[in-house]
Design a protein around this ligand. Structure first.
Ligand code: S3P
Length: 437
């Protein structure tokens, strides 16, 4: 295979320096979608210009919004206060968040839309979102297989529902809330544990009234249909899920000190930092401030003698995308790191439990797989493998980070997919001194 088919990370000097994380992916999708649903201009600063978000930008253009790039991370979305009938199918690429939120938004309007995605997205379950949207009155025709893209949605004429989620999922919650904006009556949903609340926060900023009630371990979120959105200015802070990779490298490569500035510190996103602290990581957060309605901070790590921990299952929602990179750092810890209650990882961009178990084992790490979790036992990490990523960006970046501290180099296939969430990953890691080529 040619060089472009692989990326390789090898142990070298320590990693040192200060970098900025790319814009948060969750907030970037939402800023573009809400901007398109709103009336007037939404100016966005710090938008993540990744493949996933660009697919969402193209989608809202197809729904009639005007989308302009004014400069690096500076975008303007001009909404028409609703979606128009698109002329073609909407291709969401690799983006689960993009397609699920857009399906929710589109369901509220009297349109017929076909949604599709790449090979990975076509394998992911969609009924978790289309089920409640159908209960609200939207119609779905599965064009290939039930529960999988491509699907044709006919929306409009929705009624609000009272929906109880069995898993904490911000994608399901957000799809229902966005549909509820154009439904008759009140839409209420209950989550067993709180998932990331960017949709709720951003909807409020666009002028929507939302009620939130605690319910024991979780919460109940509700909104009344028929509320209009007005364009606003949005500042997107740095993505903690992306910041995790250079920080992980800093923790496991001897002699390192890495700072990532401007990282979103929303407590529903920072479970990994809490877990690393419990592992005795030298991790500090400074310069806490509010940017774009979210708390942000500068996160500094130094190489640390990590200790294995049991990650509380109730923390899963606040770090669901971070278990792969946690597992990479756990391989260098003393003792076992037990990660349970994370069955959702099997339906992300890939079966992330299966791929982390396979990749770590190929690198000589002791791993035990369970149906809804896995345990990594730290020790010498041999490396010396080419890891199969199934085109999953986070599987690729997690193993490259591992390779920076392993005895032998680690390669990953399909490295181009890293651009779905973290364009510039390789340059950023190299800038810190990481040997990635
Ligand atoms: C996201 C929610 C999470 C996460 C995904 C982004 C979001 O998915 O894994 O990367 O932006 O709402 P679930 O809500 O399905 O757990």
């Amino acid at each position: 295979m040619s060089i472009a088919d692989h990326l390789t990370a090898r142990r070298g000097a320590s990693l040192n320096g200060l970098v900025r994380a790319p814009g948060d992916k969750s907030m970037s999708h939402r800023a573009v979608i809400l901007g398109a649903m709103a009336t007037g201009v939404t100016g966005i600063e710090g938008l993540l210009e990744s493949e996933d978000v660009l697919a969402t930008a193209r989608a809202v253009e197809a729904f009639g919004a005007t989308v302009e790039r004014l400069g690096e991370g500076r975008w303007r979305v001009t909404g028409r206060g609703g979606f128009n009938q698109p002329a073609t199918a909407i291709d969401c690429g690799n983006a689960g968040t993009g397609v699920r939120l857009l399906m929710g938004a589109a369901a509220g309007y009297a349109l017929t839309t076909t949604f599709d995605g790449d090979a990975s997205l076509r394998k992911r379950p969609m009924k978790r979102v289309t089920g409640p949207l159908a209960d609200m009155g939207a119609r779905f025709d599965w064009l290939a297989a039930e529960d999988r893209l491509p699907v044709r949605i006919t929306g409009g004429g929705l009624s609000g529902i009272d929906y109880v989620q069995t898993v904490a999922s911000a994608q399901i919650k957000s799809a229902i809330l966005l549909a509820g904006l154009n439904a008759d009556g009140v839409t209420t949903l209950t989550e067993p544990e709180p998932s990331r609340d960017h949709t709720e926060r951003m909807l409020r900023a666009f002028g929507v009234e939302i009620g939130v009630l605690p319910t024991g371990t979780g919460w109940q979120v509700s909104l009344k249909g028929g509320q209009a959105l007005t364009g606003i200015a949005v500042t997107v802070p740095g993505d903690p899920s992306s910041a995790a990779f250079p920080l992980a490298a800093g923790l496991i490569v001897p002699g390192s000190e890495v700072t990532v500035e401007g990282v979103m510190m929303n407590r529903l996103r920072t479970g990994l930092f809490e877990t690393w602290r419990e592992m005795e990581a030298d991790l500090t957060v400074s310069n806490r401030r509010i940017e774009g309605g979210e708390e942000v901070g500068d996160v500094t790590v130094r190489h640390s003698a990590l200790k294995g921990v049991i990650v509380p299952p109730e923390r899963a929602a606040s770090m669901i995308d971070e278990y792969p990179v946690l597992a990479a750092t756990a391989a260098f810890a003393t003792g076992a790191t037990v990660m349970r209650g994370i069955g959702e990882m099997r339906v992300k961009e890939s079966d992330r439990i299966a791929l982390m178990v396979a990749g770590l084992k190929a690198c000589g790490v002791t791993v035990d797989e369970e149906p809804e979790g896995f345990t990594v036992t730290g020790g010498p990490v041999r490396g010396g493998a080419t890891v199969v990523t199934h085109g999953d960006h986070r599987i690729a970046m997690s193993h490259l980070v591992l390779g920076l501290a392993a005895d032998e180099a680690v390669a990953v296939d399909e490295p181009g997919m890293i651009a779905t969430s973290f364009p510039g990953f390789v340059e950023l890691m190299r800038g810190l001194g990481g040997a990635v080529s």
